[in-house]
Design a protein around this ligand. Structure first.
Ligand code: COA
Length: 264
């Protein structure tokens, strides 16, 4: 079923869904309409277990310039309650994308600034070109990286955040990789081939194991190993006797490909 969005292009090829931000005239900056589109898309992605991999991309020369400055400025005309409601919607969008059960790959060209870098932080794998620019530039505009902060902090930690959130300085792809925001940096012109490699790799992982492993990360993070024995034991006990766990273990022992492997 094709779903039409105002500012998103969504294409499906087998188990791979490609979601492209489509507001290139303002460098894919997001306002309330882009947020509504992405939130609606994420809700669908949560309920469609045939989606195994998602590629989030941006149309044009830049992945995303983050929050639309005109939309942010307009908030001065809103009541505090409406302003807060609007901010909560953006926070809920990041949460919904962060918890999509499929493997989410960010394809970043040109720049990912402010919420654009925040969008990178809610992806599982981020691939970029060596000439791309990153930055949590909000303080340069007199605002702050609030809704994206929990996800960015999980990726880059407090030390890098204290420098980059506070100065708002821009940084290059190599630095983005060094701090854990980006997973692979490729030469300009090689982005799609790198994304395709990650997509192919992702499709060889078992779908429900992927979803459960993704949930396990926040459930375990920051807790002491002794405190999570119940969670980790329950997770593996359930998965290894599940049809998918049994299929994967038997396929390995029988030296064959498991059923979820795409046909070549
Ligand atoms: N909000 C609203 N409009 C934006 C925008 C944003 N975050 N980022 C870019 N635009 C608009 C520009 O105002 C310009 O509009 P115009 O054509 O009416 O003048 C248009 O998009 C193109 O921007 P431009 O700066 O000319 O494009 P570029 O390709 O030379 O540079 C960026 C791209 C992303 C590096 C640059 O636009 C930029 O630094 N944007 C601000 C990013 C930022 O700090 N975001 C944090 C927001 S909280």
């Amino acid at each position: 079923m094709a779903t039409t969005y105002q500012y998103l292009i969504v294409e499906r090829h087998g188990g791979v869904e490609r979601v492209t931000l489509n507001r290139p005239d303002v460098r894919n900056a997001f306002n309330e309409h882009v947020i509504a589109d992405l939130t609606e898309w994420a809700a669908r992605a949560h309920s469609d277990d045939s989606i195994r991999v998602v590629v989030i991309a941006g149309a044009g020369k830049v992945f995303s310039a983050g929050a639309d400055a005109a939309w942010m400025a307009k908030m001065a005309e809103y009541s505090h309650e409406d302003n807060l409601q609007d901010a909560r919607k953006a926070a809920e969008m990041f949460l919904a994308i962060n918890t999509v059960p499929a493997i989410v790959i960010g394809r970043i060209q040109g720049a990912a600034l402010g919420g654009g870098s925040g969008l990178a932080a809610v992806c599982d794998i981020v691939v970029t070109e060596s000439d791309a620019l990153f930055g949590f530039t909000e303080t340069k505009l007199g605002i702050l990286p609030a809704m994206i902060s929990p996800y960015v902090l999980q990726k880059i930690g407090a030390s890098a955040a204290r420098d980059l959130f506070l100065t708002g300085r821009r940084f290059d792809a190599a630095k983005a990789k060094e701090i854990g925001l980006v997973h692979e940096v490729v030469a300009p012109g090689h982005l799609d081939e790198a994304v395709d490699r990650f997509v192919a790799e992702s499709l060889t992982a078992a779908p429900s194991a992927v979803a459960r492993a993704k949930k396990l990360i926040p459930n375990v993070l920051g807790k002491s190993p002794a405190d999570v024995i119940g969670i980790t034991a329950e997770a593996i006990a359930a998965q290894r006797v599940s049809p998918e766990g049994q299929e994967g273990l038997k396929a390995f022992l029988q030296k064959r490909q498991p059923a979820w492997t795409p046909a070549r």
